[in-house]
Ligand binder design. Structure first.
Ligand SMILES: Nc1nc2c(ncn2[C@@H]2O[C@H](COP(=O)(O)OP(=O)(O)O)[C@@H](O)[C@H]2O)c(=O)[nH]1
Ligand SMILES: [Mg+2]
Length: 469
């Protein structure tokens, strides 16, 4: 408790009453991350709705000790609030639609009045636990890898990655550029633009670890000078030259963008969930899956105590002690295939763990759907019974189109059947491709006390929250 109080003081929380409640009511800060479109917004919205109305949370053991759950003003005045009401309204409308994508950090405080468990149950009354949920782009988390790199080191790696993902537009823009020539601002801007476009090409193809993260998701920094740099091949950097200025902006990005983000958000988390579109990676092919595994190893490194000396200093007293990797959108699969998706996700974590030499937080993997958009059925196809899911296809304007049945393909019985070829650099899957469709959310009729339908959201809540309530 003293630690928490000291923390509140050094963080300089202005409002005295706020820091006093902070001291006496336990707070749990849950980080929710994942690449753009991994499902963060839908996850948080459904989690909060299902914590308020717990009728569909049988696997969440703390559920029946919660007396009430209610939203409160969040502790951080300068962080945008997660638009829970707006997102829930979108998902539960008569014509439901997926919420607008978010492009920056946001936060929401859900306060839970909880009866104590076990021996204390008869003695102590209910207490309040604040759950602070922080939504932040996974793109920004990957920027951690920049902190111990020089501009030259980063450039070598960034250029190699673009080449290996065949994102060639940038090389064309860079041809004929002389790094020793005097800085010319329009040229610097053109390079940054071409580099950003190349990153986007690589992302679409399935590349995961692309930096700087703000180039893909600038948040409120769009167009600012700190984002106007790009990698250049190694060479001399005389004063006033393009290369020298690119180098300076790269260092400014680290000091003024990456570092504050880790200090203000990441370093204060207690628990973390990383959402992964594993089915999307399967569809893109072996390279994308291998890339996801490598990125998981990088992410694990960020949560390893003692990973980087300066980082530990920066992390201060807090330490993430549970880390959940969740494959999202499991409602694209019939439940008979869920165990295989879970096994694949677990294997991804296991391999990433051994690669990251990880001995830190407790980790777990599962597959889930924060919002179930499909129903299951068996279909005759070429004399076979196929377990499919059915939903309404998403039209380009976000509305529900015609109904369609989906069989994405046979999930591997043994994860190594896909992880092996992925690691060995296979170009395509041997047994044919995986299919995906995007479904619109289904219209809901919720009975009193019920949150939106999901798959294993209660299991995720159990791992992330239950022991602290
Ligand atoms: N079928 C299905 N689709 C989902 C689910 N969660 C997310 N999606 C899809 O993924 C898209 C991106 O989700 P969103 O939460 O906005 O991702 P974010 O960018 O990580 O916040 C949504 O618009 C949906 O199309 C889910 O549980 N089931
Ligand atoms: Mg979002």
């Amino acid at each position: 408790m003293i630690g928490r109080f000291a923390d509140a003081v050094t963080r300089g929380i202005g409002d005295v009453t706020a820091s006093v409640t902070d001291v006496f009511d336990p707070t749990l800060r849950l980080g929710v991350t994942g690449l753009s479109r991994a499902g963060k917004t839908v996850f948080i919205t459904s989690l909060v709705a299902n914590l308020i109305d717990r009728g569909r949370m049988p696997g969440f053991s703390a559920g029946d000790r919660i007396e009430t759950a209610f939203l409160q003003p969040q502790p951080d005045d300068t962080v945008p609030r997660f638009d829970y009401e707006g997102h829930l309204a979108a998902l539960t409308a008569r014509d439901p639609h997926w919420p607008e994508g978010t492009r920056a950090v946001s936060e929401l405080r859900l306060s839970l009045k909880v009866r104590p468990a076990g021996l204390l149950a008869g003695v102590r009354g209910a207490r309040t636990v604040h759950l602070d949920i922080v939504d932040y782009p996974g793109e920004w988390l990957l920027d951690l890898g920049l902190m111990d790199k020089t501009y030259a080191e980063w450039s070598v790696r960034a250029l190699a990655r673009l080449e290996s993902w065949r994102a060639e537009g940038y090389a064309a823009e860079m041809a004929g550029v002389d790094g020793t020539a005097k800085l010319d601002e329009p040229r610097a801007q053109a390079l940054a633009r071409a580099y950003t476009a190349a990153l986007q090409t690589a992302r679409t193809a399935g590349a995961y670890d692309l930096t700087p993260g703000r180039f893909l998701l600038p948040g409120d920094l769009e167009g600012s000078p700190v984002l106007t740099f790009a990698p250049l091949p190694e060479g001399p950097a005389p004063r006033g030259s393009l290369r020298r200025e690119m180098e300076r902006r790269f260092e400014a990005y680290k000091a003024q963008v990456v570092r504050p983000f880790f200090r203000d958000h990441f370093a204060r988390l207690d628990r973390q969930i990383v959402l992964l579109d594993v089915l999307g990676a399967l569809r893109r092919g072996p390279r994308a899956l291998e890339e996801m595994r490598a990125a998981m190893a990088d992410i694990l490194t960020a949560f390893r105590p003692g990973a980087l000396g300066w980082l530990m200093q920066l992390l201060g007293a807090r330490r993430v002690d549970r880390l959940l990797f969740a494959a999202t959108k499991a409602d694209h699969l019939h439940h008979t295939q869920h165990a295989r998706l879970t096994a694949l996700t677990e294997a991804l974590v296991r391999e990433a763990r051994s690669r990251a030499d990880f001995a830190g937080a407790q980790t777990k993997a599962l597959s889930m759907a924060a919002l179930r958009a499909t129903v299951e059925e068996m279909r005759h196809h070429d004399g076979e019974e196929l377990p499919v899911v059915r939903g309404r296809l998403l039209t380009p304007d976000g509305a529900a189109g015609r109904a369609a049945a989906l069989y994405p393909g046979e999930m591997p019985a043994d994860p190594s059947h896909v992880l092996g070829p992925a690691r060995d650099g296979a170009r395509a899957w041997l047994d044919g491709d995986y299919d995906l469709m995007e479904f619109a959310p289904a219209p809901l009729t919720l009975r009193p006390g019920e949150g939106p339908p999901h798959i294993r959201l209660d299991r995720a809540a159990e791992f992330l929250l239950a022991d602290r309530l």
